[in-house]
Design a protein around this ligand. Structure first.
Ligand SMILES: Cc1cc2nc3c(=O)[nH]c(=O)nc-3n(C[C@H](O)[C@H](O)[C@H](O)COP(=O)(O)OP(=O)(O)OC[C@H]3O[C@@H](n4cnc5c(N)ncnc54)[C@H](O)[C@@H]3O)c2cc1C
Length: 502
């Protein structure tokens, strides 16, 4: 084993939305910071150009397997690279709604309140939107929370067929709204281009890639992490630092804490509450496809969001969720992640090839909040990462899908020359392996008996250990999670700066 000579002020593990954003926040502090990332730099191309290949060939899928409730292996849809999952994402950067921070009654139970409110996050949402160059527009979406500043850049235009849908939705009395998108010179902004790469220019940050952290070692009393052990090119290294921040993604951070169990932390580091890995949430995600007579390029971004059913519907008083267009199907995961959609479409258009199917359809993603449940969890069994997850709030999600079918039928009828009156709308629900919106495995709160992290995202039990990825969510939301992960990393960054100065 090699012991690194340096003693770092901070060691950050992981460079995704949480870790990459935190590194950027701390870059000008003059502190000596080490960043350990198990992946490598991803091929340097515009992420827009990569999409088709990413998902059709599965080239960035892991050669790692996780295991389901029954012990069956599956390949998770997640990305190990500098920038983490933000290298393969869609750049939709939405704020959680104000009510998402409060206790909300859902059809299947209560989504618990956060102990911090929207107003605590608002300045950091603004900071994150500026950093990630969010293009958006404060329209008449009734669920949009207060913004102290407008979006830094104007929203981008819809693809023509999507614009037609937007117009018809408005005629139906709905409120389609431009999706906020992070966009820079290279296409979508991500935590490499916006986080790590600019942070490295400070000269006080060292990044080691291909560095998989596999154990945290505590001092004898178990109150501090003494060393971080990583494997780099097959060689084991020990790194020492004053503060350690995990940001491996909700499932991998929990797995690392559990795998690092020692005498003082027999159930995993910082796991006196038994909650590390529990309350895993990942949203209920479905795709619905609308076939069209008119063709489109198949390559355009997600631009349209709809939150009219976010908090319910006329005949259902509980939250349903969020709808957004998929983006051109050559730029989206639809076909590769949900082959049933492809076969559904192929039945409608027998004899069509992939290109024809893609250019003659629009896709829609439907997202519904799932509720925390201690039985939904990540755990390590026989050294394997096991994901035990049973979806809940399923009726609410189904109602969202059926409500959306009704909306699409009206759209098809209103413009039959563009859409396809009377056509069915193939639907596909995302399986366990789609873990894109994972969160909740180390929830934050002030009570060590019911949370893993305190409100600064420091573990209750280990004084110098923090977690800043999506693990900290005490409840989920129906919007996409990353802007909240980034805002939180900026918030925790302020706390760390104060702590290091104090
Ligand atoms: C296809 C796809 C599309 C998405 N689109 C959107 C979107 O449009 N909007 C949105 O808000 N969200 C989107 N998401 C979700 C978003 O990417 C995640 O919410 C976000 O990246 C989570 O950030 P994180 O920091 O928690 O983890 P990640 O971004 O997953 O980062 C974790 C990092 O830790 C590294 N790591 C893991 N284990 C170790 C270890 N043991 N040692 C060292 N390093 C380690 C990983 O390699 C990775 O770089 C999408 C996700 C996917 C997969």
């Amino acid at each position: 084993m090699i012991v690194d000579d340096n003693f770092y002020d901070i060691i950050i593990v992981g460079t995704g939305a949480g870790g990459g954003t935190l590194a950027r926040k701390l870059a000008d502090s003059g502190k000596n910071i080490l960043v350990l990332e198990r992946g490598q730099y991803q091929v340097k191309e515009s992420s827009e150009l990569e999409d088709v290949e990413v998902f059709r060939t599965g080239q960035y899928h892991l050669d790692e397997q996780w295991y389901d409730n029954a012990g069956e292996p599956f390949t998770p849809q997640t990305n190990y690279a500098v920038g983490g999952n933000t290298k393969i994402w869609y750049g939709v950067l939405m704020r959680m709604r104000e009510r998402d921070f409060t206790a909300v009654q859902h059809q299947d139970g209560v989504s618990p309140a956060w102990e911090l409110q929207y107003s605590d996050f608002e300045p950091y949402y603004t900071e994150a939107e500026s950093l990630y160059q969010v293009h958006g527009e404060l329209g008449d979406d009734q669920t949009e929370p207060f913004h102290s500043k407008d979006y830094p850049f104007a929203a981008i235009a819809h693809e023509p067929n999507v614009q037609v849908v937007a117009d018809i939705l408005t005629q139906q009395g709905l409120h389609p709204t431009p999706l906020p998108l992070g966009l820079g010179d290279q296409g979508r902004t991500d935590s490499e281009d916006t986080g790590i790469s600019p942070a490295l220019k400070s000269g006080t940050i060292t990044l080691k890639t291909n560095a998989q952290v596999f154990c945290l070692h505590t001092n004898e009393s178990g109150t501090e992490v003494r060393a971080v052990q990583a494997k780099i090119d097959g060689q084991s290294y020990l790194f020492l630092g004053h503060l350690v921040v995990l940001s491996c993604g909700a499932m991998n951070s929990a797995a690392l804490l559990l795998r690092s169990a020692n005498e003082k932390h027999p159930n995993g580091i910082a796991n006196g509450s038994g909650l590390v890995g529990r309350n895993l949430m990942k949203q209920l995600l479905s795709v619905v496809v609308q076939v069209t007579q008119a063709t489109n390029s198949g390559q355009f971004p997600r631009t349209l969001g709809l939150n009219d059913f976010y908090w319910g519907n006329d005949d259902f008083p509980y939250p349903l969720g969020h709808v957004q267009n998929s983006g051109g199907i050559f730029q989206d995961v639809l076909f590769s992640e949900s082959p049933p959609v492809l076969s559904g479409l192929a039945r409608i258009f027998p004899g069509f090839g992939l290109r024809q199917l893609a250019t003659r359809s629009l896709g829609w993603w439907l997202q519904t909040e799932d509720l925390p449940n201690e039985e939904n969890r990540v755990r390590i069994l026989n050294d394997k990462l096991r994901v035990e997850y049973q979806p809940n709030n399923v009726e609410a999600h189904d109602r969202l899908v059926y409500r959306w079918f009704d909306v699409l039928k009206q759209v098809d009828t209103a413009q039959p020359q563009i859409f396809n009156r009377g056509s069915t709308h193939p639907r596909s629900d995302m399986p366990l392996s789609v873990v894109a919106h994972q969160c909740g495995t180390c929830r934050f709160g002030s009570d060590p008996a019911t949370s893993v992290l305190d409100l600064n995202c420091r573990t209750h039990e280990v004084d110098n250990l923090y977690v800043v990825d999506s693990s900290f969510f005490p409840s989920n939301t129906s919007v996409s999670p990353s802007l909240t992960v980034m805002a939180n990393a900026l918030r925790v960054g302020d706390h760390l700066l104060q702590r290091l100065q104090g």
